[in-house]
Design a protein around this ligand. Structure first.
Ligand code: DGL
Length: 273
């Protein structure tokens, strides 16, 4: 592993490309290896034991690619299996979504009322809530959480602006109106794509994209460890991304573009385990 090694990012599927997008925004000169465990997605309704096992397999794959950092793009894995990934990664730094998202939410809130949305596994783990409580020094904080399991399939079907999505979002988010939150953590790879709808339902609420804050934190962490790529002052138009999946979804290209914002080459199929 050296400064020219790639940053490794993994997710349960293609949703983590929304996180890769943020990394490219803040670290455009780095090389990337992306692994999407598309054969076993979704993780968000699976048990802790299974999620930990899958997470270790994904991390080991990236370690074999000689990455200089492991980014857990998946909020579900970040909630339930970050310790297992850190153990496997040994000296390689590991960045998850929970800490950066929680820090950003605490910085954002004025009235101390923070909302969290995520998969069922993420919400029932209470990972965000516990992290916010641990980081909170002096503010009086109230945290309200809501699982939004239908958001993942709606986004994957490309229904980003449909009336059905709007209605479902309204049902999920209604309770946040009643408790007057001023900050909402989008605690799932897919939810930043629904930011417009969420914003319409909760106007004035600051939406926290954990992937964006993870990218900013990683920039800092790599700089501190002298691990930024040596040509980091030269802007390249599109970074080098080695793309791996465990299954090729039928609508791969459409999904990849909607999460990442640009077209990618066909990924390589791999088996984990
Ligand atoms: N990537 C997952 C997350 O961020 C969402 C999809 C899944 O359930 O696997 O929690």
């Amino acid at each position: 592993m050296n400064i020219n090694s790639p940053i490794g990012i993994f997710d349960s599927g293609l949703g983590g490309l929304s996180v890769l997008r943020q990394f490219i925004r803040f670290l455009p000169n780095e090389n990337y290896v992306y692994l999407g465990d598309t054969a076993r997605v979704p993780y968000g309704n699976k048990s802790k034991d299974i999620i930990q096992r899958y997470a270790i397999e994904c991390a080991n794959f990236l370690i074999q690619k000689d990455v200089k950092m492991i980014v857990i793009a998946c909020n579900t894995v970040s909630s339930l299996a970050i310790e297992s990934v850190i153990e496997s990664a040994k000296s390689i730094p590991v960045v998850g979504m929970i800490k950066p998202g929680s820090h950003a939410a605490l910085r954002s809130t004025k009235n101390g009322k923070i909302g969290i949305i995520g998969t069922r596994a993420t919400i029932s783990s209470k990972a965000y809530k516990l992290e916010i409580e641990a980081l909170n020094q002096n503010k009086s904080i109230e945290v309200n959480s809501q699982p939004c399991p239908l958001f993942v399939p709606l986004v994957e079907e490309g229904l980003l602006n449909s009336e059905a999505t709007r209605q479902i979002a309204y049902n999920y988010l209604q309770s946040f109106k009643d408790c007057d939150i001023d900050t909402l953590i989008l605690g799932c790879t897919h939810y930043p794509l629904l930011a417009n709808i969420i914003h319409d339902i909760l106007p004035g609420v600051n939406l926290i994209d954990s992937g964006e804050h993870a990218a900013v934190n990683s920039l800092r962490l790599l700089a501190e460890r002298n691990l930024l790529k040596d040509d980091s002052n030269i802007f390249v138009e599109q970074p080098k991304i080695d793309f791996f999946v465990t299954d090729l979804p039928q609508n791969f290209h459409k999904q990849a573009i909607s999460f990442l914002g640009f077209e990618v080459e066909k990924p390589e199929l791999v088996e984990l385990g």
